[in-house]
Design a protein around this ligand. Structure first.
Ligand SMILES: NC(=O)c1ccc[n+]([C@@H]2O[C@H](COP(=O)([O-])OP(=O)(O)OC[C@H]3O[C@@H](n4cnc5c(N)ncnc54)[C@H](OP(=O)(O)O)[C@@H]3O)[C@@H](O)[C@H]2O)c1
Length: 334
């Protein structure tokens, strides 16, 4: 495993991290979840990403159990706050009340005294940014989180957050956006701004939730047990990539990946790691073999010629519009 700095901070993270959205506490049984975390640890992954909202808070509990007994200093544990974790109007968003309450729930479920990174899962238009940042400053001062990050914030929001964090004396070090060969909306604005401000990207869905493995074939039913068949939630999120045009072009990437000795999944993870502003690629897995396969992307260098072939093959199905970052954040809290 290789390690990278998280933005310009002193914190090192494994360049491939493991995340448990849709899987732990939901799509997969506990034994499979524990086996995936075991595989991640065995392969040298030290960075683990979760969120209070995943599987209605159960994902944090599963990760907490899976990491029990590990040396805490050898792990970087990330979680998030914003999406609803209860029925009340204050069980969501980035108010001072919810941030200071939700961190306690996360620490209890994760069985740890602190998280390494606490992330605003979205921007909250119903809370003044000053209130949110002051609450994060207090979480850091209480020692409950070491660093602060954000997720799916625009370049302007990141700049405003970093400015306030500096004034309040804590480090806003990371942004967690969706990023893959197919979804490049951060390249035009978020990445240049982040580079300027010393913010690193921890990117999610680097294999487009499984689509970039090539296992979904145009005109065919998705394989049984795959995320596209997951009635508990997963099938909803993957739909945007499940068009014949996308799936056909992904099949055409196969000979290029073969040419550099990688599986399509490894090729897709390696692709996001070519971007120097990416601190870590968070991979998901429903089976330990997937973790073992995908981590082999660590340390891989792709030539400019290979990068150009990928662009030629994917052509118009690549999403690059920076305005799309805004679409993942609701104007009103959910
Ligand atoms: N901040 C945010 O808003 C946000 C949003 C989403 C995700 N995330 C983070 O990013 C993490 C990763 O997201 P993701 O799970 O969508 O990432 P991903 O790595 O793009 O997709 C993972 C899924 O693809 C399939 N897969 C993985 N490797 C495979 C292989 N070698 N062969 C065949 N299928 C394979 C598995 O699903 P099946 O086996 O079920 O098909 C697996 O669960 C999450 O856990 C979370 O931590 C953050």
């Amino acid at each position: 495993m290789n390690f990278r700095h998280l933005g310009s901070s002193g914190l090192m993270v494994s360049e491939i991290s493991y995340g448990n959205w849709l899987t732990h506490g939901s799509q997969v049984e506990e034994t499979a979840a524990l086996a995936c975390v075991r595989a991640a640890l065995d392969e040298g992954i030290t960075t683990f990403d979760t969120a209070d909202v995943y599987a209605g808070t159960r994902a944090e509990e599963v990760l907490g159990r899976a990491l029990q007994g590990q040396r805490r200093e050898g792990l970087e544990i990330f979680t998030k706050v914003y999406w609803p974790t209860g029925p009340g109007p204050n069980d969501r968003g980035l108010s001072r009340k919810h941030i200071l309450e939700s961190i306690n729930g996360s620490l209890r479920r994760l069985k740890t005294d602190y998280v390494d990174l606490y992330q605003a899962h979205r921007y909250d238009f119903e809370t003044p940014l000053e209130e949110t940042m002051q609450a994060f400053a207090d979480v850091v001062r209480q020692g409950k989180a070491l660093y602060i990050g954000v997720s799916e914030w625009t370049a302007e929001q990141i700049r405003a957050g970093v400015t306030l964090a500096k004034q309040l004396g804590f480090q806003l070090v990371s942004s967690q956006p969706q990023y893959s060969m197919l979804w490049r909306v951060i390249e035009a604005k978020v990445v240049p701004t982040s580079q300027e401000l010393g913010v690193g990207q921890i990117v999610w869905s680097p294999i487009a939730q499984g689509v970039l493995t090539g296992k979904y074939k145009p005109g065919q039913k998705p394989p049984e047990g795959s995320r596209a068949t997951d009635e508990k939630g997963g099938s909803r999120f993957i739909q945007r990539f499940m068009t014949d045009d996308v799936l056909t072009r992904v099949q055409q990437l196969k000979p290029v990946a073969d040419g550099v000795g990688l599986s399509l999944a490894q090729f897709a993870v390696a692709w996001v790691l070519q971007n120097p502003n990416v601190s870590s690629a968070i991979i998901g897995a429903s089976r330990p073999e997937q973790v073992k396969e995908n981590v082999k992307a660590a340390g891989v260098k792709l030539s400019p010629e290979v990068m150009r072939r990928i662009d030629e093959i994917l052509g118009p199905v690549v999403e690059r519009d920076p305005e799309k970052t805004k679409l993942s954040t609701p104007e009103k809290r959910p």
